[in-house]
Design a binder for this molecule. Sequence first.
Ligand SMILES: Cc1ncc(COP(=O)(O)O)c(C=O)c1O
Length: 449
Amino acid sequence: MVIRPAAGVLSTTQVRTGIGRAATVPGRGGDLPPDGHHNLVVDRSAASRATATTAEHPATASHTDRTVIRAALAAANDDRIVIDLDDIATQYSALLQEFPGIVIRFAVKSCPVDEVLTTLARQGSDFDATSPQKIAQVFGEGVPPNRIHYGNTIKSDVQIAEAYRLGIRDFATDSLEDAEALAVHAPGSRVFCRLATSGDEAHWELSRKFDRTAAETGLIPSGVSQHVESQQMPVEAWHTAFDTLAGVLSGLNAHGITVDHVNLGGGLPALRCLDHHGKPLNPPLREMFSAIRESMSRLGRVSRAPLRFLMEPGRHLVADHDAIRAHVARLFSRCHTEGHRVSWLYLSCGKFNGLYEMDRIQDRLEYPSYDGDEYLPAVVAGPTSDSDDAFDSSGDGLVRVPRTAASGDPVWIFSCGAYTTAYTTRGLNGFNPLPYTCVGGPSGAAHGI
Ligand SMILES: Cc1ncc(COP(=O)(O)O)c(C=O)c1O
């Protein structure tokens, strides 16, 4: 069960609003040391919160009743993203329960919202950051540098030096050139070598990289990383990735190189997405998790040294726990070139200001002010007039909309996907990024920031 405030009651400590930076977080104020080396108190007990488990899905927060998020949507009288911090915390705990002892590094890019970072940091999460700017953001939330990994293999000398200056000593790399730059600008750091996809190639390349890394650069080879693609669905993809990892580990053994960390990357799916044909995806999470656990044991047997595992989930932790309050710009019908009339519902928000993953949203649209029962099929589009700014309406992809939807009517869109706050333009055609509101989360004082 998720610990929540009473439905509809959102105190100032539970609802924080802003673009980019949050309003003051109670209890933090100016108490932080000026050098920023202020460690967050980690609420590890939260990891043992009970979570809902169903036959199809292992423990997950994705099937909670959304009472709190609905109350916040109802309370909003302008457009915004609403993020449920408790659900994200629960999802983190649920994942940790599936993989006891694993280090979870939240992929910051998937939801770079201060309150989300703080929530996950309190749960005990480490962070995978993709740029010095993201490192500084995580750091700004009180996370010490030893819990932050610079996971982007593409970085310039200046960016490496800046990360190093911020205290980062843990980097991903996938080229000798990058490793050499790390040796110069981040001397003595630990590096994770990111695997290429094909086993043999990766294995040869990696041994070479590790040999060079250790012998010539003074960097510390810390582990190997992989990243299956985002929203990875087939369990088979994980088997293939682990086959590659096993091959690489035995290859490294044969070269007398020992690593002690394996980073499984991101790629775990969100639960409420559609496939490209608009059908619910229903990821086989239970099967996926047991395949990953079995493969972790297999790697443990292959490795000469005891292995520590890490993962870098983004989407799986956040994608189902945000919602957007938008409004109807206009419903009208227009004559298509083929001669038939098609209804179009234009929303105040679309692909360029929060609904980047609009084609994948399963819980399509709710119209809280509509109590009628007459609907018509329509193309749903965002406000920019860009042809990409529309729900995919191919096949039977038309969306059910109220026949009398009027300009200004609120529209709720649940499970808006990951990357919602990140994939947004700064104001394409004058449509600004949506502000956000966080609901739930710890009361500041109780958690001692
Ligand atoms: C190296 C790495 N780790 C983690 C992630 C997060 O992936 P996801 O949001 O699919 O979990 C990504 C996403 O691109 C990535 O490239």
